[in-house]
Design a protein around this ligand. Structure first.
Ligand SMILES: NC(=O)c1ccc[n+]([C@@H]2O[C@H](COP(=O)([O-])OP(=O)(O)OC[C@H]3O[C@@H](n4cnc5c(N)ncnc54)[C@H](OP(=O)(O)O)[C@@H]3O)[C@@H](O)[C@H]2O)c1
Ligand SMILES: *[C@@H]1O[C@H](CO)[C@@H](O)[C@H](O)[C@H]1NC(C)=O
Length: 318
């Protein structure tokens, strides 16, 4: 009996400490106000994108919710306005799985909004299928759509400097690889469509996010635009929605207790968007509101440059 109690006590204790140290994590401590500034958050109708948007709206920013679904985007618009108490929030349709949609979003935005101070490339997908242009879903949405979007908005960011680009990557970039010949022939970084391929495709796209950030920083050196990539933590969001029902059932108890909620999950994004003085760290990768080292493959300038040049060709910029 007493052994059982001891075991239970130890398990509860370890879980409690784990929850407080690992799950809760650091908070963004910046008190920055954003009156007169404009921010875009992609994929902000749910998950950490939505809580990021609410926080930025509370700080006075004009916040553009760039979401693919008009219905979900407009529902989020009401919620972000209500939660933040701000009416400086706008929904603009953006489907990152369509290069045409990315171009028309950028065109609309540049026509109707005079400023851009912070671009937060947050939207992400782990799942099957192809984009409108035939790219693998994760590569097309998580990397290529954001690559094109950023390039189309770069001039406006430069005009409004100091300004920032924040790319929400993931720790799973460590499992990623970039097979350039496969990408050129298959419009994807994986060759199949199983759940395992989708997972691999997600990891690969997140490695692209980290490398894109690095090359972007190299190209922006000496300008007033800086950029950062990050891991937001393991978060209880909708990201696993494409998993099988059995998998979701098994995941549920784990995610509720061991994963961050979306407010906790937005902290590193906010840190990268707001923290004063991190400009010398442009191009680097953050986690738990701290800059982190990445493996050699995620800071390989030659690969980053090659990915940039191929991405330019794939989305018709070059
Ligand atoms: N959750 C985690 O544990 C975790 C860990 C590491 C990194 N991340 C990263 O964090 C970011 C946010 O994810 P989350 O956890 O908040 O997931 P989420 O709840 O699934 O939110 C993802 C958002 O991306 C949007 N999106 C998906 N495809 C899109 C497209 N084609 N065009 C425009 N928007 C699109 C979704 O819109 P719809 O609602 O219309 O689908 C949704 O708003 C992602 O980049 C993800 O990779 C998450
Ligand atoms: C995150 O940062 C907080 C505060 O700086 C620290 O207490 C915590 O241990 C860190 N967690 C991890 C997983 O590094």
């Amino acid at each position: 009996m007493s052994t059982l109690l001891l075991v239970v006590g130890v398990v509860v204790g370890v879980a409690y400490i784990y929850h407080h140290v690992v799950v809760k994590g650091a908070r963004c401590t910046s008190k920055a106000k954003l009156y007169g500034k404009t921010v875009i958050v992609t994929g902000s109708n749910t998950g950490i994108g939505k809580t990021t948007a609410i926080d930025l709206a509370k700080r006075g920013a004009r916040v553009i919710l760039a979401c693919r679904s008009k219905q979900r985007g407009e529902a989020a618009l009401e919620e972000v306005k209500r939660e933040s108490g701000s009416n400086q929030v706008v929904f603009m349709q953006l489907d990152l799985g369509s290069l045409k949609s990315v171009r028309s979003f950028a065109e609309n935005f540049l026509k109707s909004e005079p400023r851009l101070d912070i671009l937060i490339n947050n939207a992400g997908v782990m799942g099957p299928g192809r984009t409108e242009d035939g790219f693998g879903m994760a590569f097309g949405v998580n990397h290529l759509g954001h690559f094109l979007l950023t390039n189309l908005l770069l001039e406006r960011l430069q005009q409004c400097g100091p300004s920032r680009v924040v790319n929400v990557a993931a720790l799973l970039h460590r499992c990623g690889t970039i097979d350039f010949p496969l990408l050129a022939s298959n419009k994807d970084l994986v060759s199949g469509q199983s759940a395992w391929h989708n997972f691999r495709a997600y990891c690969n796209s997140k490695l692209c996010n980290v490398l894109f950030t690095r090359e972007l920083a190299n190209r922006l050196e000496g300008t007033s635009v800086t950029c950062y990539s990050l891991h937001p933590g393991a978060i209880n969001s909708e990201l696993a929605r494409n998993a099988s029902p059995v998998m979701l059932m098994l995941l549920k108890p784990v995610t509720v207790f061991f994963f961050k909620n979306t407010v906790q999950g937005a902290q590193t994004t906010l840190h990268c968007a707001l923290q004063e003085g991190i400009e010398p760290l442009s191009g680097r990768y953050f986690s738990n509101c701290t800059v982190r080292e990445v493996y050699a493959k995620a800071k390989d300038d030659a690969t980053a440059k090659k990915l940039w040049e191929l991405s330019e060709r794939l989305c018709g910029l070059a």
